[in-house]
Design a protein around this ligand. Structure first.
Ligand code: GLN
Length: 488
C-alpha cells in the first residue's frame, strides 16, 4: 500500500483488511506511533494502552486467518470518554470518576465489538459533555489540529481532533446540543447526530437523558453511515430506542448520487444576524452546490428557534442535576477523605466536580425547585413543543434543512471560557435539533482565508436518518472539502 496506514478512513481500512493487504496489527501500530508523536501537541486522548490495543489487533488478525469475515474485523476506533468500554477507564472528563474502570460495554461498543472493531483509545471531552470547547475536562484542553492556538470545539473535541489528526479512522461520541456536529465542523470532519431513539444510550454517562444521543464522527459520510448502521436499532437496555428497522443504510446511500427532486429548506433564522460572513459564504456555496446537483431550494421559517438556547439551558441542567446526583463517593470513582458520611458526600462533590458542572447542577436544582418549577421547567417544556412543531411545519415544505452548523469557525483557547453565555450562544443552530429529537449531520464545506474549516448542517425529520446521510454523501461525491486535512 502506498498511502500511510494512519491515513486510511474507516471503510478503506475495512477494505484493505478484508483484502489482506494490511493486518490490523500494522494499522494499530501505525496509529499508535502517530499518537505518540502528536499527542503532546494535541491532548486529544485521555487514555490508550499500546499492549491492549495490539493484543486486540492480533486477535482480530488471527480470527481473520481462521476464516472470520465480520465486516469491521480489526478496524480501530477511538471512543469519547463518556462511553463504557469494559476494562478501560471511563471518567467523562471528570475528577469525580477518577479511578473508575468500566465493568461492562455500552450497547454501542458491544455492537461494534461484535462487528470486529478494536477500541484503540479514549478521547477527551468537556466534563460530563458540558461545554463547547473541550476546555472543562480534568485532563486539560484539547487543541485543534488546524491551529493549535484554537479549540477543537466540544464537547467531543477529543474525538474530533483525533479523527482530523489521523490518530484514529473514526470515533464514537455523543451529542446533547451539538457536541458531535460543532466539533466536527471546527475540525473539518463529518459528524452525525441520529434521531433520538435510534441509538441506545445504555452505557453512556448520562447528561440530559431526553436529549443525549450517541453518534459517529469520521472523515466521510459513508464512514459515518457504516458506524451508524452497526450501532443503531432497538436495545432492551434503553426503553427509548425504537423498534423501527434501521434498513440497509450504506446500500441505500449508494443508489442516488445526485439530489434530483430533493427539496432543501433554508431556515431564515439560520442566515441572520450573528452568522460570521466567512461561514455564511461557505455555507451558501454548499447550498449552491446542492442546487447544481438537482436540489430545489425553499425558504422556511423556524419562528421559535431563537428561544432554543434559553429552553435548553433550563431543561439540560434540570436533567443533569438529577443524573449527576448519583456521584456521591459511594458507588463510583473518587471518594474524598471525610469524618462522616455527610461530609463525604459534600467533599466528594465539592472536590470532584469542576466549575461548569457545578454551575449546571445549581441551575438545574433551581429551575426544578418548588415555586420556580412552573416558571422555568414547565415553561421550557412548552417552548420545546413549539420548537418541535416548527420543524414539523418546515418539513411539510421540504425534505431536509440546510444551513450553517456554527455561527463562527474555531475560536481561540481561553477566548470564551470566562463568559458562559458567549459559549452557550454557539449552540444556536444545533440545539433545536436535540430539543425536537430529529437528526442532524455536519459535513465539511470549506476552509476560510485564515485556514479554518467550516461545516454545513443537514437536518432531517425523525427517523429519516438515511435521507440526510444520502444528501450528505451526494454532496461529498461532488466536492472534496472532506479530503482537506490539517497540516499537523
Ligand atoms: N455546548 C453544549 C453544552 O455545553 C453541548 C452539549 C452536548 O452536546 N453535549 O451543553
Amino acid at each position: 500500500m502506498s498511502t500511510a496506514l494512519f491515513e486510511l478512513g474507516f471503510l478503506e481500512a475495512a477494505d484493505a483488511l478484508a483484502k489482506k493487504e494490511i493486518t490490523s496489527q500494522e494499522l494499530v501500530q501505525a496509529l499508535l506511533t502517530r499518537t505518540e508523536a502528536l499527542e503532546p501537541d494535541l491532548n486529544a486522548l485521555t487514555w490508550w494502552d499500546a499492549e491492549t490495543a495490539l493484543a486486540e489487533a492480533r486477535a482480530a488478525d488471527a480470527a481473520r486467518a481462521a476464516g472470520d469475515e465480520r465486516p469491521w474485523l480489526g478496524v480501530p476506533i477511538t471512543v469519547k470518554d463518556l462511553l463504557n468500554v469494559k476494562g478501560q477507564p471511563c471518567t467523562a472528563g471528570s475528577g469525580i470518576l477518577k479511578g473508575y474502570v468500566a465493568p461492562y460495554d455500552a450497547t454501542v461498543i458491544a455492537r461494534l465489538r461484535a462487528a470486529g472493531c478494536v477500541c484503540l483509545s479514549r478521547a477527551n471531552t468537556d466534563e460530563f459533555a458540558m461545554g463547547s470547547s473541550t476546555e472543562t475536562s480534568v485532563y486539560g484542553t484539547t487543541r485543534n489540529p488546524w491551529d493549535l492556538t484554537r479549540v477543537p470545539g466540544g464537547s467531543s473535541g477529543g474525538p474530533a481532533a483525533a479523527v482530523a489528526a489521523r490518530l484514529a479512522p473514526a470515533a464514537l461520541a455523543s451529542d446533547t446540543a451539538g457536541s458531535i456536529r460543532q466539533p466536527a465542523a471546527f475540525c473539518g470532519i463529518t459528524g452525525f447526530k441520529p434521531t433520538y431513539g435510534r441509538v441506545s444510550r445504555y452505557g453512556c454517562a448520562a447528561f440530559a437523558s431526553s436529549l443525549d444521543q450517541i453518534g459517529p464522527m469520521a472523515r466521510s459520510v459513508e464512514d459515518a453511515a457504516a458506524l451508524y448502521q452497526a450501532m443503531a436499532g432497538q436495545d432492551v437496555h434503553d426503553s427509548t430506542t425504537s423498534a423501527r428497522p434501521v434498513g440497509d443504510v450504506l446500500g441505500d446511500m449508494r443508489t442516488a448520487p445526485n439530489l434530483k427532486g430533493v427539496r432543501l429548506g433554508l431556515p431564515r433564522q439560520h442566515f441572520a444576524e450573528g452568522l460570521d460572513p466567512e461561514v455564511e459564504k461557505l455555507t451558501r456555496a454548499a447550498v449552491a452546490q446542492c442546487q447544481a446537483l438537482g436540489a430545489e431550494l425553499v425558504d422556511v421559517d423556524l419562528p421559535h428557534s431563537p428561544y432554543g438556547i434559553a429552553c435548553y439551558y433550563v431543561l439540560g441542567p434540570a436533567e443533569a442535576s438529577a443524573n449527576l446526583a448519583r456521584y456521591d463517593g459511594v458507588r463510583y470513582g473518587f471518594r474524598a477523605a471525610a469524618e462522616d458520611v455527610q461530609q463525604m458526600y459534600e467533599q466528594t462533590r465539592t472536590q470532584g466536580f469542576g466549575a461548569e458542572v457545578k454551575r449546571r447542577i445549581i441551575l438545574g436544582t433551581y429551575v426544578l425547585s418548588s415555586g420556580f418549577y412552573d416558571a422555568y421547567y414547565l415553561r421550557a417544556q412548552k417552548v420545546r413543543m413549539l420548537i418541535r412543531r416548527d420543524f414539523e411545519r418546515a418539513f411539510e415544505q421540504c425534505d431536509a434543512l440546510i444551513g450553517p452548523v456554527t455561527p463562527t469557525t474555531a475560536f481561540r483557547i481561553g477566548e470564551k471560557i470566562a463568559d458562559p453565555l458567549q459559549m452557550y450562544l454557539g449552540d444556536i443552530y444545533t440545539v433545536n435539533v436535540n430539543l425536537a429529537g430529529i437528526c442532524g449531520l455536519s459535513v465539511p464545506c470549506g476552509v476560510t482565508p485564515d485556514g479554518l474549516p467550516a461545516g454545513v448542517h443537514l437536518v432531517g425529520p425523525a427517523f429519516e436518518d438515511t435521507r440526510i446521510l444520502k444528501i450528505g454523501a451526494a454532496y461529498q461525491h461532488a466536492t472534496d472539502w472532506h479530503l482537506q486535512r490539517p497540516k499537523i
